[in-house]
Structures are given as C-alpha cells and as structure tokens.
Design a protein. Structure first.
Lengths: 269, 290
C-alpha cells in the first residue's frame, strides 16, 4: 500500500541562482585589481610599504615627540576654526531650511520647483568642500570669509538633503488637517510639517557643526583660514614636531565637540 | 446642570528657564563668533560679484577648455581609484572590528575598547592622516592617499557595522547555538546573513563620501584631481579649472546615481529587514552614529 500523494513530502525547487552576485563579485575583483595595479591604478605594493615603514620611522619618531612650545601659536588659528565652524553652521542651516522644503515632494509647490531644487542640490553636493574653498579664495581673497562661504555651501548640501528626505517621510495627517482647516501652503508647512521634523533638523544641524570642525582642517590648507593653514605651513617646512602638536590638538578638539554634541542631542531631541 | 470638568487647578506649565538660558547663551556664542571673526564687511559685498566673474571665466568666456579634458579625466580616475581602494581597506578591516564592537556579540569590555578606538580613528580627517602618517611612510602619491582614506573609513564603517550588528534578531543566533554551532559558525550563519545587505549598503555609501574626501588629497601631494583643481585655480587658468570642475561634478553625480540604485536594490531586493521596519538611509544612520 502506498501513501496518498499529498502526504509524500515534496522538496520545493531551489530558487534559480541569481546572476547578480557572481557578476558583482567579478566586477569587484576586476575594479580592485585594476585600481591596485602598477599599470592601471595607484600601484599599492605591501612589500614596498613595509620597507618604507623603516624609512618613515624617523619622521614618525619626530611626530611622537610633539614640540609643546609651539602650542601658544596654535591658539589663535584654532579659535578661528571654531568661529568659522559656528558661523557657517548657523548660516548654512538657516539657508537649508527653505531649500529642503522646496526639495521634498510633500511640501514643494509644483513639480518644476521640486525638480530644479533637487538637481541644484545634487550639483551643490557633488562639489567637495575644499573645491568651494578654492573658488571662494579666488573670488575674494585668502582668509576666513572664504572659509565661511565654503562651509555654508557644504552645510546647505548636507542639511537640505537629509531634511528633505525626512520631510518626504512625515505623517500626512496633520497636513490634511491643516488644509481642511483652510491653511495656505506656508501655514501648512509652518504648523503641520515643521513641528514634525524640528527634532531631526536640530540633530542634523549639530551633526554639520561637527563636520565643520573636521572640514576646517581641509579648507585651511587652501588658504581659507583656521588651523588647516598653519598645519599645511608646518607640514611644508617638515616641522614634524609642530605638526603633531596641531594634530593632537585637533583630535582633542573634535572629540570634545563630539561629546558636547551628543549630550546636546540627547537633551534636545 | 453640573460641570463635567472638575474645578481643579491648572497644572503649572514646565519651567522654560533652562531652555531660555540655553538659547541666550547659544545666541551670544554665535554673535561673538560672527563679530570677532577677522572679516572685512566690504569683502562680503564683493563675494557675489567675485563668484559670478569666476563662473563667467570658467564656463562662458573661454572655458571650459576641452583640451584639458584628458588631464582632468586622468586625475579624476586616480581620485576614484583612491576612494575605491580606501573603501576596500576600510570595509575589510571594519567588518571584524564591527563584530568585536557589538555588545551582543563580543563582551562588554572588548566592545567598549573597540568602540573608543573607532571613535578615536574617526576624529582624524583623511588629510591629517595623510600628512601625519601616510605621506611620511609611503611618500608622496596616491598610495598615501588611499591608506589615509582607508584608515578613516575603518572608523566610520566599524561604528556603523557594530550598530547594525547590535540590532539583529537574536533568533537565528539561538538556533545556531542550539544546533551546536561553534562561535565562528554562529557569527557566520546566525549574524552575518542578517547584517550583510545593510553593511554592504554602508560600504557603497562610504565610497560616495570617499570620492569627495579623495578630491582634496591632491593638494598635499597624495594623488588625484585635487592637484589639477588647485593648480588651475591658483594660477588663474580658469578655463582649465572649469573643465576639471565639470569632470568632478559629472563623475560624482554619476557614481552617486549608480551607487544609490545599487544600495536600494541590495536593501529592498533581498528582504533584509524581516522586522518590516522602514529601511534607514545610511546618511541618517551616520547622523545617529556620529
């Protein structure tokens, strides 16, 4: 007697193997190989690196003995870095607010505004911060103004992108309620959308402020003010013990700002 | 007729004093920063004119100068390679560190030590790592740049990976343990499949960021398009600079688009989130992790 067909266990067919994974792996290996190779890429050779390490040991030794007498001279540029970061974050986040609302489908008045704003935003985000610094230094002059302007552009890109995505995801209930209550577009944004995204906005603003402190090391190198300028000068004259003072200081500063920012975010958000 | 509402006393609204003090302090800080910054007000007025003059010279008057295209593309290719190699280094080193930094997988002490180490690495910008560590070791060139980008990526990727691993569903881990899996087998079959899609999405996102970070390295001699950008603008060859800027913007947007599409495919296409949560954008995760 045989069992009825239904109780005989039938193994479900295996899903067809997807081609995406092997193709992805092959591409990954090919691009990595090409990028690492001497001929097509940057030519990374582990053996040579280990050999170089002994050559660089002298410099690393100098870096490990910071010249603390240099410290007083770094105070003023460090302060300038902080000021640039503060001012740029405030202006950048203020500008980003309307830009973000125009770049979200939920709050943008029409498709044209939405598309134009989104495309402008992706161009703004595609330029690295130091490129802005280069352009603004060329447009006005060397100094903190170029730094502030560069970081403002950088911050608008970051905050507007993050905030517009948050606005995309808001609860539509309050918006409907505001419309039903006769609110016009700006009133809807003010009373139905803004309260929902305000905690995120605060978090993003603090986050960009942190980014700014780190970015200031970069923009100073091209002459846009702050500690980066001094870092680059000391580097060019191979004053490694002075370089390490700035590096240690920058590290502590970034760390302190991060702790402060985390604490503030816990309290505010 | 009775009043349904009890004639109670209205509760005191919570005090706004701490908030107001905080706001005043913050405003004072901003005012101080703005007023003591060494900026000539006249220069602020020059800014729009200066930028539009540059824009005109770069893209309208004589530029963009397409004879410079080959140089710009070569520099950009090197930047892309630096970003790629840096991301691969960062991904390879950060994955094990992510496991060690996750409280639910490693022990409390180890995870704290690893997390602090990752935080410390993250505090150094790529350019500082290049100047202070990798150019002295590897000499001028793209290798130093790639190593700097790689080390910084270890910091961010390690932290994000650890957070993803801490958020896993413990079920598969228990199942693997109940079936007699050894520690490594539990990680391989209980944890890794749950977190890999999201972690790969972070790697791709990091690649997008690293392209921007790699652009600057050329200025200090660590390879890439930064060198061309800096030279053309510093020597006022604006027609050439226009070409280089177009190449940077074009390549960055192209990579962002492809990478963004891939990230969405990887996260949504595999049903990675069994919990049905909304898939979180890597950008937002980065803010949270920061």
């Amino acid at each position: 007697m045989s069992l009825p067909a239904a109780t005989r266990s039938v193994r479900p067919a295996k899903p067809r193997p997807s081609l995406a994974v092997p193709i992805g792996l092959v591409l990954f290996v090919a691009i990595s190989w090409a990028s690492l190779s001497e001929e097509f890429g940057i030519g990374l050779d582990i053996g040579a690196l280990i050999e170089d390490f002994t050559r660089g040991a002298g410099i690393l030794g100098e870096l490990l003995t910071p010249n603390w007498n240099f410290l007083p001279r770094t105070v003023e540029p460090m302060l300038e870095t902080f000021q640039i970061a503060v001012v740029a974050a405030v202006i950048g986040c203020a500008v980003a607010l309307p830009v973000a609302f125009l770049a979200s489908r939920v709050t943008s008045p029409n498709l044209a505004t939405f598309l134009v704003d989104r495309s402008l935003l992706s161009v703004v985000r595609a330029m690295p911060d130091f490129l802005y610094a280069l352009v603004f230094v060329a447009a006005v002059s060397i100094g903190p103004l170029a730094g502030v302007a560069a970081l403002v552009m950088f911050n608008v890109g970051v905050v507007a992108k993050l905030l517009s995505e948050t606005v995309d995801g808001v609860d539509t209930g309050p918006i409907e309620a505001a419309r039903a209550g006769g609110a016009n577009r700006s009133q809807t944004v003010r009373w139905a959308v803004l309260p929902q995204v305000l905690p995120n906005y605060v978090a993003y603003s603090l986050y960009t402020f942190e980014l700014n402190i780190r970015a200031s090391a970069v923009i100073g190198i091209v002459g846009a003010g702050g500690i980066g300028n001094q870092l680059f000068t000391q580097y060019r004259f191979f004053n490694w013990s002075n370089v390490s003072v700035i590096v240690v200081e920058l590290f502590l500063f970034v760390f302190a700002i991060e702790l402060l920012s985390i604490w503030l975010r816990r309290r505010l958000v | 007729m009775t009043d349904a509402r009890p004639a109670g006393v209205r509760p005191q609204p919570p005090s706004r004093a701490p908030r107001n003090v905080g706001l005043v302090a913050a405003s004072l800080l901003v005012l101080w920063a703005a007023l003591t910054l060494d900026i000539d007000p006249a220069e602020i007025l020059e800014l729009p004119g200066g930028v539009s003059r540059l824009f005109y010279e770069m893209f309208l008057e004589r530029g963009p100068d397409w004879t410079y295209l080959d140089d710009a593309l070569e520099g950009m290719l090197e930047s892309l390679q630096i970003a790629w190699v840096g991301t691969v280094i960062g991904a390879a080193l950060s994955l094990p560190l992510g496991f060690f930094g996750a409280k639910n997988v490693s022990s409390g002490l180890v995870s704290t030590v690893v997390r602090q180490l990752l935080n410390a690495i993250r505090a150094f910008p790529e350019i500082v790592l290049a100047i202070a560590i990798f150019i002295p070791i590897a000499g001028l060139g793209p290798v130093a740049g790639a190593l700097a980008v790689g080390l910084h990526s270890v910091g961010t990727l390690g932290k994000l990976s650890a957070e993803v691993i801490e958020g896993i569903d413990p079920g598969p881990v228990e199942a693997a343990r109940a079936a007699g899996g050894r520690t490594l087998q539990i990680q391989r079959w209980g944890v890794l499949p749950q977190v890999l899609p999201e972690i790969i999405a972070f790697w791709l996102y990091r690649f997008e960021i690293n392209i921007r970070a790699a652009a600057v390295l050329g200025v200090v001699g660590a390879g890439g398009i930064g060198f061309q950008l800096q030279q053309t603008i510093a020597f006022q060859r604006y027609a050439l600079a226009g070409t280089a800027i177009l190449v940077v913007v074009g390549a960055t947007i192209a990579v962002d688009t492809v990478s963004g599409w891939l990230r969405r495919r990887i996260i949504e296409g595999t049903g990675a989130r069994v919990t049905g949560e909304v898939v979180e954008q890597p950008e937002l995760a980065e803010v949270r992790a920061a």
